[in-house]
Design a protein around this ligand. Structure first.
Ligand SMILES: Cc1cc2nc3c(=O)[nH]c(=O)nc-3n(C[C@H](O)[C@H](O)[C@H](O)COP(=O)(O)O)c2cc1C
Length: 223
């Protein structure tokens, strides 16, 4: 096991940060399957089997209308022939970004396995029944919070927020089938997907899938 660099042993921050250990996991060779979805699901299952918490967590990157990028974590909800699915409120900053520029990148990092996946492509909105199903699958509290529609706004009055959530909880109790019309299932219809496997000798393995007319091709990339 590598020695952990302790902050107290380093007078300067930069020196400590540079001394922090980087991952050194043995590199199993892997053969890319015929689609990136298949390879992704294999890697996701291996991450889950390795006991990684929230192995389906990913960073979603978007851009706003001025071209300013933003990124945040979320949970991948499904992987289908169409692409990688996630969900959220269309009134949130990510929802507004995607409305203005329907394209995104998803990045997954399974540190314990030294693996990264990068998914990029146009983003499509799922059909209303899919958005509704995703909403209904959330816990009642998560549905109440989601239907407040104020995500990422400044919280100037926590009391008012609690009242709003309680109001939404009461509404859901009266009508458990209530669905927020703003809850959205989005799909990154990937055009490129890159799989990266770390190597202690820096001979990282990188395979990129490219989609052209619904056919996938693969190419190996320089580390
Ligand atoms: C592990 C993890 C999972 C998350 N999952 C979701 C999710 O599935 N949907 C979502 O809208 N926000 C999710 N969030 C919260 C987002 O990171 C973010 O704070 C929120 O969506 C507001 O982002 P925005 O202001 O860019 O719209 C998650 C956060 C973490 C750390």
């Amino acid at each position: 096991m590598s020695e952990i660099a302790r902050r107290s042993e380093f007078p300067d921050l930069r020196g400590w940060i540079r001394a922090l250990p980087v991952v050194a996991v043995p590199t199993p060779r892997f053969e890319p399957a015929s689609t990136p979805q298949e390879t992704f699901v294999e890697w996701l299952a291996e991450a889950a089997d390795a006991g990684i918490t929230e192995p389906h967590a990913a960073t979603l990157s978007t851009v706003d209308p001025s071209g300013m990028p933003d990124a945040r974590m979320l949970l991948i909800k499904d992987v289908t022939d169409e692409g990688w699915w996630f969900s959220g409120d269309d009134r949130s900053p990510k929802g507004r970004d995607l409305d203005a520029t329907p394209a995104a990148a998803l990045t997954v990092y399974w540190r314990e396995l030294g693996r990264q996946v990068r998914v990029r492509g146009p983003v499509e909105v799922g059909p209303p029944e899919m958005c509704a199903r995703d909403f209904r699958e959330r816990s009642v509290f998560a549905r109440a919070v989601a239907s407040t529609g104020r995500q990422s706004e400044v919280l100037s009055d926590p009391g008012e927020y609690d009242r709003l959530v309680n109001e939404r909880l009461a509404a859901l109790e009266r009508d458990p089938d209530l669905v927020s019309p703003h809850w959205t299932a989005w799909c990154v219809a990937a055009t490129t997907v890159e799989f990266w496997q770390s190597d202690p000798g820096r001979r990282h393995l990188r395979y990129r899938y490219r989609r052209a007319q619904d056919r996938w091709s693969t190419e190996e990339l320089h580390p």
